[in-house]
Design a protein around this ligand. Structure first.
Ligand code: HEM
Length: 112
């Protein structure tokens, strides 16, 4: 069976499409994937380095962690960092189309 999906152009380096079902199998220390804003991140190698601890990542392993990620108010540094762990995108059917909130801007709450 041929598995040519999508445009087949070579412009994107290594973005694969996964379903939530496939992702759900990566919920252990041996392989930890999290979904944030419809992108999939393989954080297996990052578990040790995560400033928020490996526990929270393992807890979200194999799942959509968009809300949890945004609730923490991750910095722009964190958002830069995560790019290198991206391995693909959620299948169109599973996408939530959430919007990037961006780091908290303190000026939002007390402008004037
Ligand atoms: C690839 C994904 C992720 C990356 C690159 C990442 C990176 C970081 C970084 C750099 C920090 C330090 C604070 C900051 O710069 O904002 C942090 C803190 C933290 N992160 Fe993540 N994170 C990721 C995913 C998650 C997820 C899915 C959760 C789920 C709950 C989470 C929970 C936390 C918590 C609780 C802290 C603790 C902050 C504190 O001690 O004040 N992170 N993360």
């Amino acid at each position: 069976m041929s598995s040519e999906v999508g445009s087949g152009s070579s412009e994107s380096k290594k973005s694969k499409v996964y379903t939530l079902k496939e992702i759900s199998e990566h919920n252990t220390q041996a392989s930890t994937w999290v979904v944030i804003h419809d992108s999939i991140y393989d954080v297996t190698k990052f578990l040790d380095e995560h400033p928020g601890g490996e526990e929270v990542l393992l807890e979200q392993g194999g799942k959509i962690a968009t809300e949890q990620f945004e609730d923490v108010g991750h910095s722009s540094d964190a958002r830069e960092l995560m790019k290198q762990y991206k391995i693909g995108e959620l299948h169109e059917d599973d996408k939530q189309h959430t919007k990037e909130k961006g780091p908290i801007k303190w000026s939002d709450s007390n402008e004037r």
